[in-house]
Design a protein around this ligand. Structure first.
Ligand code: TRP
Length: 321
């Protein structure tokens, strides 16, 4: 059997948060011994909506630094900055030639984001085709994806299969895998919505200082039932806090009757995870040259596979070499 090869992607927009750590980063780090993984920072995807150039640059570097600080070992897991491996954009174009306009326009995320108003960038429409290129380029067998990216992964599989059928076997058709983490981490201020990079009040950034973490948890939405139990329908806030505690520590709350005690436990649990990450990040941030070096080496490491995939795709679709 072919070895498991995995690609985990992070879009370089905003700051990585606790949901990213528990849902994507921690599983990636835990699997470093078993699977061959690639961590991808998608800076091109960050330009599909109105963007500030300095912010995208800063976000890309910060995310790479946070990945290292959290324990991604670049010797085993290359940290690839999407824009630095040009084959991503070359394969993107070739895949656009097997993707339909209607197919792209039907994507839920496109419909949601394009409804927000303002000019809709063409790159927002082709976003999932670029994501398909990210995945197919590296010949991976598995892609951990959350609920919101499931449809994009299905499109990736469709495009790979279509290309292979029309032009001859070129791509590995990847499987989507559910993140190992049992619970989705929700926003603390709005516990029916997933914690996201852009949302404000209820997200816990991985680099948030201790007092911000404490305040965010203290202000987390609860309810008037006064019972610490999981009831996602009626008590989404309290359920999210219990899940957070369980994800961080593997423990259940000590006191079933006190929201105050629950919040203190959650704060301590988050602090225990973030304190070492913050400290390591501060060290690494002193040496951006090292982080840039990791990105450059990682790009070199994945380039042979990427170049080979593009070579196969070019030949299959009808281009001269
Ligand atoms: N679209 C993904 C997100 O918003 C990020 C991403 C870009 C990605 N390329 C990818 C995820 C490839 C997995 C594989 O989360």
């Amino acid at each position: 059997m072919a070895p498991t090869r995995r690609l985990t992607g992070f879009q370089a927009t905003g700051h990585l948060h606790l949901g990213n750590l528990l849902g994507a980063l921690r599983p990636l780090i835990a699997a470093q011994g078993a699977a061959q993984s690639i961590a991808l920072i998608a800076d091109l995807h960050a330009m599909t909506i109105e963007h500030n150039p300095a912010d995208v640059r800063a976000s890309a570097l910060e995310q790479a630094t946070v990945l290292l600080a959290a324990g991604v070992d670049p010797e085993r897991t290359p940290i690839v900055l999407q824009s630095q491996v040009r084959e991503h954009t070359e394969l993107h174009y070739l895949l656009e030639c097997v993707a339909g306009f209607g197919e792209a326009a039907r994507m839920i995320q496109f419909k949601e984001k394009s409804a927000a108003g303002g000019q809709v960038r063409l790159s927002l429409l082709t976003y999932p085709v670029l994501m398909s290129a990210d995945i197919l380029l590296h010949d991976v067998t598995q892609v951990p994806v959350g609920e919101d990216q499931r449809q994009h992964l299905e499109l990736t599989r469709t495009l790979a299969h279509r290309f292979n059928t029309r032009y001859g076997t070129t791509f590995t058709v990847p499987e989507g895998v559910q993140p190992e983490s049992a619970a989705r981490i929700m926003d603390l201020a709005e516990p029916t919505a997933k914690m996201s990079k852009s949302a404000g009040a209820g997200r816990i950034g991985l680099l948030d200082p201790p007092e911000v973490v404490r305040r965010t948890v203290a202000r987390a939405v609860t309810d008037e039932f006064g019972v610490v139990r999981r009831d996602p329908q009626r008590q989404p806030g309290v359920t999210n806090l219990i899940n957070l505690l369980a994800e961080c520590t593997g423990r259940e709350p000590a006191d079933p009757g006190s929201y105050g005690a629950l919040k203190r436990e959650v704060t301590d649990a988050i602090e225990a995870l973030l304190a070492p990450l913050r400290a390591r990040h501060a060290e690494l941030a002193e040496d951006p040259g090292y982080v840039r070096g990791v990105l450059a080496e990682s790009a070199e490491r994945v380039r042979p596979t990427a170049a080979a995939t593009v070579r196969r795709a070019r030949a299959a679709i009808g281009l001269l070499d």
